[in-house]
Design a protein around this ligand. Structure first.
Ligand SMILES: [Fe+2]
Length: 276
């Protein structure tokens, strides 16, 4: 196949089918260009308030929904939440986790990886080991500059969302199925030249979706680039985390209007400093 798959944001069956079949797709124009600009402004404000992020680097915000107002405006929009809940197959959902990433020109390509920690062999040793182990779409990301190999963005490996999938000829993965390597090389692979590697081409406002196991890679960044994502999970999946609800999470819960608070029931917050 080896090409981008685009669907209308209201074609929930088509989106689910594309994720089931290929492990990724782009839902077109899920948010307006006004949302795009305001999310970029929030990322500037919360991630790089004094414009000190160096060239050729990236900075992460690992609890973006705890500060963003725009993400919650989206949650307040039935059309947006109907899409998000359709992906999970249930309507009773809570915030699972959220993030924003700011990258600056010159930030190199990352390494092919899966976010899923479900195959981890040893004991859980960080917050991701608790949170990234369910079969919910992993990528629900707004690439606010769009995504294109000439500028910046994400690439995905088609069909890599199933447990039966095998890496292309000449490649292998580690035994926790997290990183991709070329045979005979112990540096994780970052190029886009093997069969099945699909550079995502998307516009600002599109939602880039991929499945829990889907391999993906951050492409080389050639402009100041903004992205953010928000993941939900069925409330029936309760996660017993070893860290306490953080202050930032409590502040978010306190500030949300009454009719949105139920989306925080079950939210664990994230303490990335937690160690066993
Ligand atoms: Fe990732």
């Amino acid at each position: 196949m080896d090409y981008n798959i685009y669907l209308d944001k209201n074609d929930h069956d088509g989106i689910r089918q594309a994720l089931d079949t290929y492990g990724y797709c782009v839902a077109r124009q899920v948010i307006t260009l006004d949302h795009v600009q305001r999310l970029k402004d929030e990322i500037d404000r919360f991630v790089d308030p004094d414009r000190s992020v160096a060239l050729a680097s990236g900075k992460f915000h690992n609890t973006f929904a705890e500060q963003s107002d725009v993400l919650w405006e989206l949650v307040d929009n039935p059309e947006y939440m109907n899409l998000r809940t359709a992906l999970l197959g249930v309507t009773d959902v809570c915030l699972h986790r959220s993030a924003a990433i700011l990258r600056t020109p010159g930030d190199p390509a990352g390494a092919w990886h899966s976010d899923h920690c479900g195959q981890r062999k040893g004991p859980k040793n960080n917050a991701n080991d608790f949170l990234n182990r369910y079969s919910m779409p992993s990528g629900g990301w707004f690439y606010l500059n769009g995504s294109h190999p000439d500028r910046s963005g994400i690439a995905v490996m088609e069909y890599s969302h199933t447990e039966e999938w095998q890496p292309p000829e000449g490649f292998h993965m580690d035994d926790e199925r997290r990183m991709l390597y070329r045979d005979g090389d112990d540096t994780p692979y970052s190029k886009l030249d093997a069969p099945g590697m699909v550079p995502v081409i998307a516009d600002p406002g599109d939602l880039i979706l991929f499945s829990a196991l889907t391999l993906h890679v951050n492409m080389e960044t050639k402009e100041r680039r903004y992205s953010c994502g928000m993941a939900f999970r069925p409330k029936s999946i309760q996660i017993d985390v070893p860290w306490k609800l953080t202050e930032g999470a409590q502040k978010m819960i306190d500030r949300l209007p009454a009719h949105l608070k139920h989306y925080t029931e079950g939210y664990t917050s994230i303490d990335l400093n937690w160690k066993p």
